[in-house]
Design a protein around this ligand. Structure first.
Ligand SMILES: [Cu+2]
Length: 181
């Protein structure tokens, strides 16, 4: 009987934790930006993506959405050399083909994207984005520190993202502990 009560309590507490986790993750919605590549032109031939990519300052955790008719185009994340050569026989990091590809920019680094349908890359379906650490001043990637690993520590104590991350970790630890008791 006691065990049953404990079990029920455990399950409801677990639900509460998961609900909290979802809430915390939703807070990201106010902070992380989602960009549709090409804006209203989407991912297609005849758009200047190099110009598009300079319109925004991309930061870690932002999301790029590539919208296109499945089969007509695709999205390859590639090396800078492959971006320049448009030759995807090497230097491919990831391939996306769904027609609504969401790519999270998880690291502070340069990302390069091309379309690998014949001729499309050379016709302009390619661009790079320079993703900076959230909260960092934009266009400062020329400094020597950009080559090092991204700093996990955010010096601003009032930064919502750091607090959010701490709460997520706390909830995950609580959730794990719960599974053992
Ligand atoms: Cu294409």
């Amino acid at each position: 009987m006691k065990k049953e009560i404990k079990l029920r309590y455990g399950i409801s507490f677990s639900c509460f934790l998961h609900a909290s986790l979802v809430c915390v993750l939703l807070l990201c919605g106010a902070r992380c930006e989602t960009y549709t590549v090409g804006d209203e032109d989407n991912w297609s031939i005849g758009v200047n993506y190099l110009a598009w990519s300079t319109k925004y300052n991309f930061t870690v955790d932002d999301i790029l959405v590539f919208k296109y008719t499945k089969g007509e185009h695709n999205v390859y994340e590639v090396s800078e050399a492959t971006f320049r050569s448009c030759d995807a026989s090497s230097g491919v990091v990831a391939k996306y083909t769904t027609g609504s590809d969401q790519i999270e920019l998880k690291e502070a680094k340069e990302y390069w994207f091309i379309c690998d349908i014949s001729g499309h890359c050379l016709d302009g379906m390619r661009f790079g984005v320079d993703v900076s650490q959230a909260g960092a001043a934009s266009n400062t990637t020329a400094s020597g520190t950009s080559a090092s690993a991204p700093l996990p520590f955010n010096p601003n104590p009032n930064n919502a993202s750091e607090r959010g991350t701490s709460v997520i970790y706390l909830l995950l630890v609580l959730d794990l502990l719960l599974k053992f008791f």
